[in-house]
Design a protein around this ligand. Sequence first.
Ligand code: FAD
Ligand code: MLT
Ligand code: ZN
Length: 499
Amino acid sequence: MLLTKQLKIINRVSARAFSAKEVPQFTKDRYPVKRGNYNALNDHDISHFESILEKHRVLTGSDTDMYNIDWIKSVRGASNVVLKPKTTEEVSEIVKYCHAQKLAVVPQGGNTGLVGGSVPVFDEVVISMSLMNKIEHIDEYSGIVRCQSGVVLEKLESAVNEKGLIVPLDLGSKGTCHIGGNVSTNAGGLRLIRYGNLHGSVLGVEAVLANGKILNLMSNFKKDNTGYHLKHLFIGSEGSLGIVTKLALHCPTAPNAVNLAFVGLESFQQVLNAFLLAKKELGEILSSVEMIDEPSLMASTTMCNLQSPIQKYPFYMIFETSGSNDEHDKEKLNNFLKNAMEKSIIVDGVATNEPSKMRNIWESRERIAESLLKMGYCFKYDISLPLSNFYDIVGAVRERVGSHAKLVSGYGHVGDSNMHLNIVCEKFSQEIYKLVEPFVFEYTSKLKGSISAEHGIGFHKPKYLHYSKSPEAIELMKQIKNLMDPENILNPYKVLPLS
Ligand code: FAD
Ligand code: MLT
Ligand code: ZN
């Protein structure tokens, strides 16, 4: 049996995130945002939606609650309706109507987004893609998969595994997020170092435009240089340019052999040394390079009741290899670990290819986000930084927030220069908010980093976009938005700055 099949991971992003007593303040009360000039929903609109969909696919009242709150409980909208289409034609009918009636809409996938982009800000109509979950075709020869956008990532992974393939991305939210949400955010994750980002793997999309027109950009080929590559407009635009209804994805062949090492290190400089050595010695089989600092591991082990495979160190790293020959890969990994120990780069570590042990190691990494959330309110930052300064920001923020924070931690996809900086406090307060923003973005910008490595801009970051993009680039983005959505009905208040 393929290792990837055995590695099937439990649904980590559970309903628990919504079950805590506290619900966030309404977005409109917490943040200075003014409702756009849209019409308010009325009974006639609801009847019209019920004529497009069946009645039970038009949710109202308290049934809409969970669609109004994001996973990290940072924002809360007040939408009165959630629509659940099953086909592209239904999405098209809904959007055509909203366009004509000047009703704003927000497309929603698995609602695991971390930048407040997936829920309404005011009373936007929520279009949930959860019933658009058909996998249409898997071509085991080319590795090309065609599916609707609401397929849950883990379900897609299981289906392609049956044909000897893997999905070229893997996230801790895989049990809940949709492949369409992944495309719309250009999600990165744990294996981007090996398989690249979705601009490379997504071969085509079908999208419903702001006026309800269906744009078919599907392609069955890796090579297709026919004019402008319009599909890229929908990869990472977070529902602001169209609603992705279908996609074609290139899935690589599943590796025969997967091996994992979890190691302890004394300093961040040694993290960099280990990364360099791993690239040299593991070369083409390296499929993941993650970094975890001690506070992050402490959070996931204590809050999620997990066991660290080694004793306490200031830093930990995970190295994964994926290849075709287990003996060869194991030997390479063991040699790398031996050399790294001899050079005193790593001080302790374990290596395994046992599925249950690998699963435990991945859990300790992937459940950090969930564990931090269990500790209190979490200010989350997802930045790209030069590796030479990668970890400095954690100390700088720790010093700045002092005793306001319960914990400041850093972890992430160090192999892709992507830092996840988290500040956990008892609860949200404007005082801490002002201490960390715009400080984090100014700090990142001074180092010529990116203020959003993989989570997107959403509701939380449009006003900071200028720290990573020039005025000319932002102006062109606004022109593209205006061309494709002149009434600004698609996911308003998100991605682009208002003024
Ligand atoms: P949602 O959260 O529902 O939506 C995200 C955005 O996309 C919104 O702006 C929404 O309007 C838009 N959207 C959704 N579906 C569509 C559609 N069909 N058409 C148009 N627009 C749409 N992200 C990473 O990049 N890497 C990680 O490693 C990672 N790990 C995570 C781990 C955990 C535990 C959690 C909770 C989140 C993690 N995320 C990660 C963030 C999140 O899972 C990703 O951004 C994911 O791609 C969102 O998918 P979703 O289906 O939940 O989308
Ligand atoms: C991760 O890599 O775990 C995610 O991007 C979520 C997070 O930032 O916590
Ligand atoms: Zn991440």
